[in-house]
Ligand binder design. Structure first.
Ligand code: 2IT
Length: 445
């Protein structure tokens, strides 16, 4: 296989899909050597088959706002690969969403889900609809219009969506209610459901908790621990909240969170009341983090800046793709960062990743670090299928074990001759080998 040739073909065909091309390039670079040791993959054109989604649904979502005006958004579902289980992956509702965004996320999701050890294929969907500034009634009408189009293509054994940016328990509730009505069934078609209608304990916390468990494993290999470390988190949504909660519980000091408007520097660290306040802030739907400094005057709001300029031991990007670039990475390295764990999907630019690896920093990519979220979604699917619920302790134990397994796979496939673990290579190779073998063994389909 020549990575260059495949990339050239994709670049010619999908010239404007920058994020998708970035995600594919990262994986192909990582797997090139091992792929070339498997001529059976090349003969069956495994790469060419895996880099293209199985199918894409694109549809119009017409809905009416509170003034009675008709609004039209675009909806998508990218069913990427279902070789190892039903399509699985979240919906993102955000004004920045394009097909390129969802193709990159669906591609990443395929390998992430393979890493979890659970039987889930990869998918992603969403819309350029933004919940910011919308009333509950508007969000409900949008969700119903979205599902009216999509319900035929999803199902508990076919394709199981969930949340992502802009899609939380409120949106999942509206979509689940409408699906149930149209399909005349009450099955686990979506994950992230409410606790009284098929949801799983720990799902809201799972992405952040899993990320911190992964960080603990990375540090433990170096004889270190998260206790007493200074942590900078970006974002202030569900993922940042879970990460801040678990890191604080394990004795770390979280000194920053951020929003599109800037970041909050809270020197004394977030405590439980401040972490709970993040949920309130998010629920107000204004997408600004500044009010935190009104509520807790000891904290400083720094407008228009990213939190990576702060000195810290551990950096955890928890917001959105490409939120940490080469300059940010350089600043973190100059300030002596020990560990960078990407909790957002593709949170670091390729130049930032290259710098962390060149400097032999502990760095791990989103598809490994944030896999706890979809893992507990997988556990929600199991509980729905059994029609039984596990306890909080049972789920947390399973989540810990899954994150440990993912870490071990990364070490197994990412170990370099100098003893450094390249977690990017490790995660990409481990995920890819599993999907590639499944595709090969099931013939041309
Ligand atoms: O990026 C992700 O893994 C998610 N947004 C969660 C997907 C899921 O199906 O729970």
């Amino acid at each position: 296989m020549k990575v260059k040739e495949i990339m050239n073909r994709l670049e010619a065909r999908y010239a404007h899909e920058r994020e998708y091309l970035q995600a594919v390039h990262e994986v192909l670079e990582s797997i090139e050597d091992i792929y070339n040791q498997h001529p059976e993959f090349e003969k069956a054109k495994i790469i060419e088959r895996i880099v293209e989604p199985d199918r894409i649904f694109t549809f119009k979502v017409p809905w009416q706002d509170d003034r009675g005006e008709i609004q039209i958004n675009t909806g998508y579902r990218v069913q990427f690969n279902n070789a190892i289980g039903p399509y699985k992956g979240g919906f993102r509702f955000h004004s920045s969403v394009t097909l390129s965004t969802l193709k990159f996320l669906g591609f990443e999701q395929t390998f992430k889900n393979a890493l979890t050890t659970l039987p889930m294929g990869g998918a992603k969907g969403g819309s350029d609809f933004n919940t910011r500034g919308k009333s509950d009634a508007e969000v409900m009408r949008f969700c119903q219009a979205f599902i009216t189009e999509l319900w035929r293509h999803i199902g508990p054994d076919t394709d199981v969506p969930a949340g992502d940016i802009g899609v939380g328990s409120r949106e999942i509730g509206y979509m689940y209610g409408w699906y149930r009505k149209l399909a005349r069934e009450n099955t686990g078609v979506l994950t992230g459901k409410g606790m009284t209608w098929g949801g799983s304990l720990i799902r809201p916390e799972a992405t952040g908790f899993g990320g911190v468990y992964f960080v603990e494993h990375m540090l433990q290999r170096q004889g270190l621990s998260i206790k007493d470390k200074t942590v900078v988190v970006s974002g202030f949504g569900n993922v940042a909240w879970g990460a801040a909660l678990k890191a604080t519980e394990l004795g770390a000091k979280v000194i920053a969170i951020s929003g599109p408007d800037g970041y909050i520097y809270d020197k004394s660290g977030l405590d439980r009341a401040k972490i709970d306040y993040m949920l309130y802030l998010r629920a107000t739907c204004n997408d600004v983090v500044q009010p935190y400094s009104d509520e807790f005057p000891e904290a400083v709001f720094v407008a228009g800046k990213k939190p990576w300029e702060l000195k810290c031991d551990i950096a955890m990007p928890c917001a959105i793709q490409n939120e940490l670039d080469a300059d940010d990475a350089q600043r973190l390295v100059d300030n002596g960062v020990i560990c960078v764990a990407e909790v957002s999907n593709m949170g670091c630019t390729p130049e930032a990743v290259e710098l962390f690896i060149r400097k032999r920093k502990l760095y791990a990519p989103g598809k490994a670090v944030n896999a706890g979220g979809v893992s507990v979604s997988g556990l929600e699917m199991s509980q729905n299928a059994m029609k039984l619920n596990w306890t909080r302790e049972e789920i947390d134990e399973k989540l810990k074990l899954i994150m440990q397994n993912i870490h071990e796979s990364c070490v197994q496939y990412g170990m370099q001759t100098d003893g450094y673990v390249d977690y990017v290579k490790g995660a990409n190779i481990a995920g890819f080998m599993k999907v590639a073998r499944a595709v090969l063994e099931q013939g041309l389909c």
